[in-house]
Design a protein around this ligand. Structure first.
Ligand SMILES: Cc1cc2nc3c(=O)[nH]c(=O)nc-3n(C[C@H](O)[C@H](O)[C@H](O)COP(=O)(O)O)c2cc1C
Length: 269
């Protein structure tokens, strides 16, 4: 399975078998994390594999969002230095790893609800002083016995997330639609022009997350990076290089402009 197929197959797994992955699989996860691309240059991010998941689970609260504590045998703890774009950068980079793990048959779940300093410091005492915990990736073997046995959580239609059409980015935006997001809130909105897509965030807090609205908004910025990873992967697979960088984009009611994806030839023209 390649990353394109993994975009279709990936599901969040919350029930894992207690058996650890093989040494070979764990080495492969370490290697994947060493090779992931960044969205923007100059960001300082750290993704540490915790092979002994029990030390993480023992300090996690029993309640993860609305889903309960993940039974995963292993975790990746992700921290980063705060600067503009840092959360999108984490989403973009780590989704590449999540998809590579999916392609290897490893089950995963993004977890924002447990990314506290308390959890991280127990498992990883070497967190740099200027880093903030961002997310946890739970991983292992799915209890259901295969990723495809899990139903896909619902998604907004392409018309809802790209209300003015998909332009030259039909396949890429169809893949962005499948991106995982915190609480499945799907905050990313797309406005396509000639050879480019302006990317906006819709920060809306469903009632069940009202008490944690600020945290959801941070996680939604990670979600934007994940959607950008899906776009970049599809465009590359189609032989098109994309440049992703903020530029001039119109203000839109109730939306926050985040960045623009351009075909590389578009910039040169
Ligand atoms: C940034 C981020 C944070 C998330 N945090 C949690 C969490 O704290 N607990 C949880 O069970 N799932 C969490 N999820 C998983 C989402 O609920 C899931 O991606 C969404 O419901 C869509 O389902 P799918 O991943 O199976 O497609 C998170 C996902 C993302 C991208």
């Amino acid at each position: 399975m390649n990353r394109l197929e993994a975009i279709q197959d990936r599901r969040s797994t919350r029930r894992f078998t207690p058996q650890p992955l093989t040494l070979e699989q764990l080495v492969a996860v370490h290697n994947v994390l060493r090779g992931i691309p960044a969205l923007y240059d100059g960001h300082d991010m750290r993704a540490v594999v915790i092979e002994d998941g029990e030390c993480v689970r023992s300090v996690m609260s029993g309640f993860v969002g609305s889903y309960g504590k993940p039974s995963a045998p292993h975790f990746v703890l992700v921290t980063a230095a705060e600067k503009p774009g840092w959360l999108e950068n984490v989403g973009f980079a780590i989704e590449h790893a999540v998809l590579d793990m999916t392609a290897m048959g490893i089950a995963t779940c993004w977890i924002g609800g447990q990314a506290t300093r308390e959890v991280f410091e127990v498992a990883d005492p070497d967190i740099p002083a200027d880093h903030t915990p961002v997310v946890v990736i739970a991983f292992g073997s799915a209890k259901t016995g295969g990723l495809l046995h899990l139903p896909r959580t619902g998604r907004k239609t392409l018309e809802e997330i790209a209300p003015d059409g998909v332009g030259d980015f039909g396949e890429a935006l169809a893949a962005a639609r499948l991106a995982p997001s915190a609480g499945n809130t799907q905050p990313t909105r797309f406005f396509a022009g000639s050879g480019l897509v302006d990317v906006y965030a819709s920060f809306r807090t469903p009632l069940i997350y009202r008490a944690r609205a600020d945290h959801l908004q941070l996680m939604n910025q990670v979600d934007i990076g994940i959607a950008l990873a899906h776009i970049s992967i599809v465009e590359k697979a189609c032989g098109r290089e994309v440049l992703i960088a903020p530029g001039d984009a119109p203000e839109r009611p109730e939306l926050h402009y985040m960045t623009t994806v351009r075909h590389a030839t578009q910039e040169l023209a």
